[in-house]
Design a protein around this ligand. Structure first.
Ligand code: PAF
Length: 306
């Protein structure tokens, strides 16, 4: 394992012939990382942040690749399992942690800087101030996970303040999180552009998630109804909003292993769905105790009168 604030070479770890992986420097202390990114910005480099909770999969690596494509930039990946965004009965303790292989994977992608603070380094001993996600933070995921988005916004605000990135990238799988983060930087005047990157799926449609590791084979098969339901809903877009929801519900109902929390059609900012045009179909469900989320873009046409 790479010691914090030291260089960890990922050389030789699964790298193909002719490929030279980067030296990854892992920072644990906010002040040290802030100094490094400040110096990089002063030389004209753009700083791109990819916040993660580790347990990296292809979805995260796509964010990293998008970050690395930004001209004249340096990519910082944060790895921090944020206690503030987990409820008391949730999986903070058992959340998958794979720090060493995460750093190796990031080295293979050419990432130079990782920020992985301990809880005390990031929050100090008696934190009192948090970001309130307001009414939109109590909707959808927030209704089932009280306080979750306050935890997410608080940690991301801290990361943005420490790293000072020009751009921060997030996966569209956590669509509500992305909408709230965009709103936070707008409303709190944080000078970072927040962008979403499309969901990465397995070949059978399952949206990649660190929590997929909890699924045994039977539950993994059952979980496929989520993406299948979204596909059925999107396909019904030309028949209007009601038809979208009915088509998706029908697919979900065929899988008893899946306990639906919500299936909602909204506008792209998560307000009520439009009559026509772009909308988001969002689903959350438990499969054998594992909470899974997915969403898809739907093009709505006005339903034809009977
Ligand atoms: O999406 C995640 O992995 C987390 O919510 C984030 C944005 C890294 C904050 O802890």
């Amino acid at each position: 394992m790479s010691a914090p604030d030291e260089s960890a070479s990922s050389e030789g770890v699964g790298a193909g012939p002719g490929f030279t992986p980067r030296e990854v420097t892992v920072h644990r202390h906010p002040d040290q990382l802030a100094k490094v990114t400040r110096a990089l910005r002063a030389t004209g480099r753009k700083v791109v942040l990819v916040p993660t909770m580790g347990a990296l999969h292809e979805g995260h690596l796509e964010l990293v690749r998008a970050a690395r494509r930004v001209p004249n930039s340096v990519t910082v990946v944060s790895i921090f399992v944020n206690p503030l965004q987990f409820g008391p009965d949730e999986d903070f303790d058992s959340y998958p942690r794979s720090f060493d292989s995460d750093v190796e994977a990031l080295g293979r992608e050419g990432v130079e800087l990782v920020f992985s603070p301990g809880r005390d380094e990031l929050y100090g001993s008696d934190p009192q101030i948090t970001v309130d996600a307001g009414e939109p933070g109590r909707d959808l995921e927030g209704a089932s996970r009280p306080g979750h988005f306050s935890g997410v916004l608080t940690v991301v605000a801290k990361l943005l303040n420490i790293v000072g990135p020009n751009l921060a990238l997030f996966g569209e799988k956590d669509y509500q999180q992305l909408v709230l983060l965009r709103r936070m930087v707008r409303e709190l005047n944080i000078p970072t552009d927040v962008q979403g990157i499309p969901i990465v799926r397995e070949s059978d449609g399952l949206a990649l998630s660190s929590r997929n590791r909890y699924l045994d084979q039977r539950r993994r098969s059952a979980a496929l109804v989520l993406s299948a339901a979204l596909a059925a809903g999107a396909h019904a877009g030309s028949r209007g909003a009601e038809a979208v929801l009915a088509a998706a519900r029908e697919v979900l109902a065929a899988e008893p292993e899946v306990k639906l929390d919500y299936l909602e059609l909204r506008d792209p900012e998560l307000g009520p769905p439009p009559e026509t045009g772009e909308a988001r179909l969002l689903v959350a469900a438990e499969v054998g105790g594992t909470r899974l989320l997915d969403n898809a873009l739907v093009e709505l046409s006005a339903a034809e009168a009977e």
